[in-house]
Design a binder for this molecule. Sequence first.
Ligand SMILES: Cc1cc2nc3c(=O)[nH]c(=O)nc-3n(C[C@H](O)[C@H](O)[C@H](O)COP(=O)(O)O)c2cc1C
Length: 183
Amino acid sequence: MSQYQIAVVVGSLRKDSFNRKLASAIVKLAPSEFSFKQLEIGDLPLYNQDDDGQQPACVQRLKAEIASAQGLLFVTPEYNRSVPGVLKNAIDHASRPYGQSAWAGKPAGVLGVSVGAIGAALAQQHLRNVLAYLDVPTLGQPEAFIHAKEGLFDTSGNIGAGSQAFLQNWMDQYVAWVKKHAV
Ligand SMILES: Cc1cc2nc3c(=O)[nH]c(=O)nc-3n(C[C@H](O)[C@H](O)[C@H](O)COP(=O)(O)O)c2cc1C
Protein backbone atom coordinates (compact mmCIF):
# COMPACT_ATOMS: atom_id res chain seq x y z
CA MET A 1 0.00 0.00 0.00
CA SER A 2 1.19 3.54 -0.71
CA GLN A 3 2.51 5.42 2.25
CA TYR A 4 0.30 8.43 1.55
CA GLN A 5 -3.31 7.91 0.52
CA ILE A 6 -5.00 11.04 -0.79
CA ALA A 7 -8.75 11.60 -0.84
CA VAL A 8 -9.66 13.56 -3.97
CA VAL A 9 -12.83 15.65 -4.01
CA VAL A 10 -13.99 16.88 -7.41
CA GLY A 11 -16.54 19.68 -7.33
CA SER A 12 -18.32 18.71 -10.56
CA LEU A 13 -20.68 15.82 -11.27
CA ARG A 14 -20.55 16.40 -15.02
CA LYS A 15 -19.59 13.35 -17.06
CA ASP A 16 -17.02 15.19 -19.17
CA SER A 17 -15.88 17.47 -16.36
CA PHE A 18 -12.59 19.27 -17.00
CA ASN A 19 -11.96 19.22 -13.27
CA ARG A 20 -12.38 15.45 -13.08
CA LYS A 21 -10.02 15.11 -16.05
CA LEU A 22 -7.52 17.35 -14.27
CA ALA A 23 -7.88 15.31 -11.07
CA SER A 24 -7.23 12.11 -13.02
CA ALA A 25 -4.29 13.52 -14.97
CA ILE A 26 -2.37 15.38 -12.28
CA VAL A 27 -2.06 12.36 -10.00
CA LYS A 28 0.19 10.79 -12.64
CA LEU A 29 2.74 13.47 -11.72
CA ALA A 30 2.96 12.22 -8.12
CA PRO A 31 5.62 9.83 -6.78
CA SER A 32 4.78 6.15 -6.28
CA GLU A 33 4.51 6.50 -2.51
CA PHE A 34 1.30 8.50 -3.13
CA SER A 35 -2.04 6.97 -4.15
CA PHE A 36 -5.22 8.87 -4.94
CA LYS A 37 -8.91 8.01 -4.74
CA GLN A 38 -11.70 10.19 -6.06
CA LEU A 39 -14.52 10.28 -3.51
CA GLU A 40 -18.16 9.87 -4.53
CA ILE A 41 -20.18 12.95 -3.54
CA GLY A 42 -23.00 12.74 -6.09
CA ASP A 43 -25.08 10.36 -4.00
CA LEU A 44 -25.13 12.48 -0.86
CA PRO A 45 -28.52 13.92 0.15
CA LEU A 46 -28.83 17.62 0.82
CA TYR A 47 -27.33 18.25 4.23
CA ASN A 48 -29.94 18.44 7.02
CA GLN A 49 -28.79 19.03 10.58
CA ASP A 50 -31.71 16.93 11.84
CA ASP A 51 -29.83 13.85 10.57
CA ASP A 52 -26.62 14.51 12.52
CA GLY A 53 -27.45 11.76 15.01
CA GLN A 54 -28.09 9.19 12.29
CA GLN A 55 -25.92 9.99 9.30
CA PRO A 56 -26.83 7.90 6.26
CA ALA A 57 -24.48 5.18 5.02
CA CYS A 58 -23.15 7.33 2.15
CA VAL A 59 -22.10 10.04 4.61
CA GLN A 60 -20.47 7.50 6.92
CA ARG A 61 -18.60 6.12 3.89
CA LEU A 62 -17.41 9.60 2.93
CA LYS A 63 -16.21 10.34 6.45
CA ALA A 64 -14.43 6.97 6.71
CA GLU A 65 -12.61 7.56 3.42
CA ILE A 66 -11.46 10.97 4.58
CA ALA A 67 -10.44 9.63 7.98
CA SER A 68 -8.26 6.94 6.44
CA ALA A 69 -6.49 9.40 4.10
CA GLN A 70 -3.26 11.22 4.90
CA GLY A 71 -4.14 14.16 2.70
CA LEU A 72 -6.85 15.87 0.63
CA LEU A 73 -6.95 17.18 -2.92
CA PHE A 74 -9.82 19.46 -3.98
CA VAL A 75 -10.32 20.07 -7.69
CA THR A 76 -13.24 22.35 -8.35
CA PRO A 77 -14.93 24.46 -10.97
CA GLU A 78 -16.33 27.88 -10.18
CA TYR A 79 -20.10 28.29 -10.15
CA ASN A 80 -21.36 31.86 -9.99
CA ARG A 81 -18.09 33.05 -8.46
CA SER A 82 -18.06 30.44 -5.69
CA VAL A 83 -17.83 26.70 -5.10
CA PRO A 84 -20.51 24.43 -6.59
CA GLY A 85 -23.27 23.45 -4.18
CA VAL A 86 -22.40 19.76 -4.48
CA LEU A 87 -18.93 20.43 -3.09
CA LYS A 88 -20.15 22.59 -0.21
CA ASN A 89 -22.78 19.96 0.55
CA ALA A 90 -20.10 17.27 0.83
CA ILE A 91 -17.91 19.49 2.98
CA ASP A 92 -20.81 20.24 5.32
CA HIS A 93 -21.76 16.56 5.64
CA ALA A 94 -18.26 15.44 6.60
CA SER A 95 -17.84 18.35 9.03
CA ARG A 96 -20.63 17.14 11.31
CA PRO A 97 -21.80 16.30 13.97
CA TYR A 98 -20.15 19.27 15.66
CA GLY A 99 -16.81 18.19 17.09
CA GLN A 100 -16.62 15.14 14.84
CA SER A 101 -15.40 16.68 11.59
CA ALA A 102 -13.50 14.31 9.33
CA TRP A 103 -11.55 17.17 7.74
CA ALA A 104 -9.61 18.62 10.67
CA GLY A 105 -5.84 18.44 10.39
CA LYS A 106 -5.71 16.79 6.95
CA PRO A 107 -3.24 18.62 4.69
CA ALA A 108 -4.84 19.77 1.45
CA GLY A 109 -4.21 21.19 -1.97
CA VAL A 110 -6.68 23.19 -4.06
CA LEU A 111 -6.89 23.23 -7.84
CA GLY A 112 -9.49 24.45 -10.28
CA VAL A 113 -10.03 24.66 -14.00
CA SER A 114 -12.60 26.84 -15.71
CA VAL A 115 -13.60 27.85 -19.19
CA GLY A 116 -13.42 31.38 -17.82
CA ALA A 117 -10.12 33.26 -17.98
CA ILE A 118 -9.68 33.55 -14.20
CA GLY A 119 -9.47 29.77 -13.82
CA ALA A 120 -11.88 29.24 -10.91
CA ALA A 121 -9.87 31.70 -8.81
CA LEU A 122 -12.81 32.96 -6.80
CA ALA A 123 -14.15 29.47 -6.13
CA GLN A 124 -10.72 28.46 -4.89
CA GLN A 125 -10.50 31.49 -2.62
CA HIS A 126 -13.95 30.75 -1.17
CA LEU A 127 -12.92 27.14 -0.64
CA ARG A 128 -9.75 28.23 1.17
CA ASN A 129 -11.91 30.28 3.52
CA VAL A 130 -14.02 27.22 4.37
CA LEU A 131 -10.96 24.99 4.78
CA ALA A 132 -9.33 27.50 7.13
CA TYR A 133 -12.36 27.31 9.42
CA LEU A 134 -12.29 23.51 9.24
CA ASP A 135 -8.65 23.50 10.40
CA VAL A 136 -7.36 22.04 7.14
CA PRO A 137 -3.76 23.15 6.50
CA THR A 138 -3.89 24.15 2.83
CA LEU A 139 -0.96 24.64 0.45
CA GLY A 140 -0.76 28.38 -0.23
CA GLN A 141 1.68 28.47 -3.14
CA PRO A 142 1.80 27.86 -5.98
CA GLU A 143 -1.78 28.80 -6.76
CA ALA A 144 -3.24 27.04 -9.79
CA PHE A 145 -5.91 29.02 -11.63
CA ILE A 146 -6.21 26.93 -14.76
CA HIS A 147 -7.91 28.01 -17.97
CA ALA A 148 -9.50 25.13 -19.91
CA LYS A 149 -7.90 25.68 -23.29
CA GLU A 150 -7.08 23.45 -26.23
CA GLY A 151 -4.02 21.38 -25.33
CA LEU A 152 -4.52 21.33 -21.56
CA PHE A 153 -4.83 17.55 -21.93
CA ASP A 154 -3.24 15.37 -24.58
CA THR A 155 -5.19 12.73 -26.50
CA SER A 156 -4.45 10.14 -23.78
CA GLY A 157 -5.86 12.35 -21.03
CA ASN A 158 -2.46 13.31 -19.64
CA ILE A 159 -1.47 16.89 -18.85
CA GLY A 160 -0.54 18.54 -22.15
CA ALA A 161 3.03 19.57 -22.85
CA GLY A 162 2.40 23.29 -22.32
CA SER A 163 1.20 22.80 -18.73
CA GLN A 164 3.51 19.94 -17.70
CA ALA A 165 6.22 22.00 -16.00
CA PHE A 166 3.80 24.22 -14.11
CA LEU A 167 1.68 21.34 -12.82
CA GLN A 168 4.72 19.15 -12.03
CA ASN A 169 6.00 21.96 -9.82
CA TRP A 170 2.56 22.25 -8.23
CA MET A 171 2.54 18.51 -7.50
CA ASP A 172 6.09 18.59 -6.10
CA GLN A 173 5.10 21.37 -3.69
CA TYR A 174 1.90 19.52 -2.77
CA VAL A 175 3.79 16.30 -2.05
CA ALA A 176 6.21 18.18 0.21
CA TRP A 177 3.27 19.87 1.97
CA VAL A 178 1.50 16.59 2.68
CA LYS A 179 4.68 14.98 3.94
CA LYS A 180 5.26 17.92 6.26
CA HIS A 181 1.75 18.00 7.71
CA ALA A 182 0.44 14.41 7.56
CA VAL A 183 -0.11 12.86 10.99
C1 LIG B 1 -24.09 27.03 -12.79
C2 LIG B 1 -22.79 27.44 -13.46
C3 LIG B 1 -22.15 28.59 -13.03
C4 LIG B 1 -20.91 28.93 -13.60
N1 LIG B 1 -20.26 30.02 -13.11
C5 LIG B 1 -18.98 30.26 -13.51
C6 LIG B 1 -18.18 31.25 -12.87
O1 LIG B 1 -18.61 31.93 -11.95
N2 LIG B 1 -16.91 31.42 -13.30
C7 LIG B 1 -16.38 30.67 -14.32
O2 LIG B 1 -15.22 30.85 -14.66
N3 LIG B 1 -17.10 29.72 -14.94
C8 LIG B 1 -18.38 29.48 -14.55
N4 LIG B 1 -19.12 28.49 -15.14
C9 LIG B 1 -18.54 27.74 -16.26
C10 LIG B 1 -17.70 26.58 -15.77
O3 LIG B 1 -16.39 27.03 -15.55
C11 LIG B 1 -17.68 25.45 -16.81
O4 LIG B 1 -19.00 25.00 -16.99
C12 LIG B 1 -16.75 24.34 -16.42
O5 LIG B 1 -16.59 23.49 -17.52
C13 LIG B 1 -17.31 23.57 -15.23
O6 LIG B 1 -16.37 22.63 -14.76
P1 LIG B 1 -16.40 21.09 -15.19
O7 LIG B 1 -15.99 21.02 -16.63
O8 LIG B 1 -15.42 20.45 -14.29
O9 LIG B 1 -17.81 20.58 -14.98
C14 LIG B 1 -20.36 28.14 -14.61
C15 LIG B 1 -21.05 27.00 -15.04
C16 LIG B 1 -22.24 26.65 -14.48
C17 LIG B 1 -22.93 25.38 -14.92
